[in-house]
Structure formats: C-alpha cells, structure tokens
Design a protein around this ligand. Structure first.
Ligand code: NAP
Length: 302
C-alpha cells in the first residue's frame, strides 16, 4: 500500500512525485511509455521561468532525475483500470495490481488525428505528429503542417529551417497560437499559409506524395508534399478511468484548480484536466497542487 500512486511520468506526475517525496510520503509512479510526457518532443522551451533555453528532452531528464533522487519509485507499466474502495484504491496494470491510499492521475493527452483514410497506414511514411522527431527526414523537401495552435506554428518554424518549402494549412483565418510565431512565419520566404482550408485527402502509394486541400469556398487543390505534419491538438487520456472519474464532453477531468476529482482521494493533474491554459508551467503547478491536496487528504484519513 503506497501513500500516493501517480499515473503518468510527465511534468505534472513527476512534480507531484517530488512534492510527495519531500513530504516523506511513499510514492509509486506508473508510466506507460517513456518519462517526460509530450514535452519530450519540444525542440526548445523558452517560457519556463529560470530556464531561458532548455530542450524538452533535457527538461524531462532533469525532472525524472530529481524525482528519482528523492526516492520516487517509477515503473514502466500501463495503468488500465482503477477501483475506488473508499479508504484505498486499486490501480491495475497489464501485469500487476497496486494498492494506494490516494491516486493522482497525470496521464496527459495523445495526438488528435484528422480521421482521414490511410492516415494510420501512412504513419512513418509521410504522416507525422512530431516535427522535431521526424523533420530531419524531410530536409530540403516540401512539407505541409496542418493546425493553427502553438504546436502547428512552432512545427512550421522548426521545419522552415530544414525544408525547402512549408505549407501551413489552417481551417480558419485567425491562428489560435501566439502572434509572435505568426509574425516570424510571415517573415519566412519558404513558408506559405493556406487559410480557411482543410486537408481532405491523402494521396499515396507506398508513401505520401500529395494532399488534397479544400477551401471553405469548396475549391479543391492538390499540394505535392513529402510529408504532412498533423498538429491539430490533443485528446486527454482519461478513458481507462472514465467509469470513476467525471469527465467533460471533450474527455477532460472536471477537477478544478484544486485538482480534486469527484472521487475523494483521487486527483487529476496536468493536461488531462479541464483548464484554460495548458502549458508546461501549469502542468508542473498542477503536480504541486495535486500532491499537496493528496498529502492533506492523507492527514485527514490516517
Ligand atoms: P490547440 O491549441 O488545441 O490547437 C489545435 C489547432 O488545431 C487549432 O488551431 C484547431 O483549429 C485545429 N484543429 C483541431 N481539430 C482540427 C481538425 N479536425 N482539422 C483541422 N484543424 C483542426 O493544440 P496544440 O497546438 O497542440 O496546443 C495544445 C496546448 O499546448 C495549447 O494550450 C498550447 O498553447 C500549448 N502549447 C504551448 C507551447 C509553448 O508554450 N511553447 C507549444 C506547444 C503547445 P481552431 O483554432 O479552429 O480550433
């Protein structure tokens, strides 16, 4: 029986582990993939206080090392279910089951897909959800990015330094992401915006060779590209716990700023929680809040 079981070793989960260990609580972190969460794909982070420039990979490594050095146990197992017994909880993985007095769900989110025919088949053959992971394969080629948030803008900027040409396709006139990135992209000679447009088909044999783009007016065109980088947002990874945890219509936990879910002793932290601003700094802040709330809960339920 651990005091605090944390599902997810991203910035929120590992921060929660740091706070919980500093309060001398026993901590087990379960992670389905690799530690670091989505931030591991960020080529450079410039908006985390006191770290003017750091790569996502280095950030993930540092926060992992910090949690480990404080004594957090981290196991690489996917949590597939959760049972609330009232005064304790069981978390089931594919291999094991663990008992905990409290649980913090810091499961983050996964890439949203466009839902186009062949999108899955072409993954790694011209379709990518990670420009910093795959961009180098398309050096000096023509590529497209779809999306209008910060990820799409940053992907387009990153790719513009590697690729011959970058098409940036967005379904509206205005971008959702930061204006400073939009301005930087407008100054790039090899970046062209396609606004009020959707990617409606993937043209491919073995590999992607072109995309069909349809404007709001209904006008269709084909763009010849070697790759399409899809950056249309993320989907919260709460499905495995949905029978216990109240979710909003988009699948986010309805836990508020205090990170308490509808189930006493279960907390949600980071990108899987309903919130206005999803940033690294708000994810780590959630980790601190969730751990503090779990510690308060443990004090009240010795
Ligand atoms: P996001 O902000 O949710 O943006 C998703 C974009 O994809 C939106 O522009 C949306 O269009 C578009 N979209 C959604 N579904 C679509 C579809 N089916 N077809 C075409 N377009 C579609 O997601 P994100 O860019 O991944 O960012 C997620 C969060 O991380 C945000 O809070 C963001 O600020 C943050 N982030 C921060 C940084 C940073 O601070 N450096 C970097 C990356 C991400 P609409 O605009 O029309 O809805």
């Amino acid at each position: 029986m651990v005091d605090i079981l944390i599902v997810g070793a991203g910035p929120a989960g590992l921060t929660a582990a740091i706070y919980a260990r500093r309060a001398a609580k026993s901590v087990l972190v379960l992670e389905a993939k690799s530690y670091g969460g989505a931030i591991i794909n960020a080529s450079e982070i410039e908006n985390y206080p006191a770290a003017a420039h750091i790569s996502g990979f280095d950030f993930a490594q540092k926060i992992y090392d910090q949690a480990k050095s404080l004594g957090a146990e981290i196991r690489f197992e996917r949590a597939v279910d959760l049972i609330d017994h009232g005064d304790y909880k069981t978390v089931l993985t594919v291999k094991n089951e663990y008992q905990a007095k409290t649980v913090i769900l810091a499961t983050g989110s996964e890439n949203r897909k466009l839902g186009l025919e062949n999108e899955d088949r072409l993954l790694g053959r011209g379709i990518s959800y990670c420009a910093t992971c795959d961009g180098a394969f398309f050096r000096k080629k023509t590529v497209a990015v779809v999306g209008g948030g910060n990820t799409a803008l940053e992907d387009a900027l990153y790719l513009s330094d590697l690729c011959e040409k970058v098409w940036l396709i967005h379904r509206r006139e205005e971008f959702r992401g930061d204006e400073s990135d939009v301005i930087a992209l407008r100054e790039k000679a090899n970046v062209e915006f396609v606004l009020n447009a959707q990617v409606t088909a993937l043209i491919a044999d073995e590999r992607l060779s072109a995309i069909e783009v349809t404007k709001k007016s209904g006008e269709k065109s084909l763009l010849e590209v070697s790759a399409l980088f899809i950056a249309v947002g993320r989907i919260p990874e709460n499905q495995n716990f949905a029978k216990w945890i109240e979710l909003d219509p988009e699948g986010y936990s309805t836990a508020s700023e205090n990170c308490r879910t509808n189930v006493p002793g279960i907390f949600a932290a980071g990108d899987n929680r309903q919130k206005e601003v999803r940033q690294l700094v708000t994810a780590t802040a959630d980790g601190a809040v969730a751990a503090s709330e779990a510690i308060r809960y443990l004090r009240a339920h010795p």
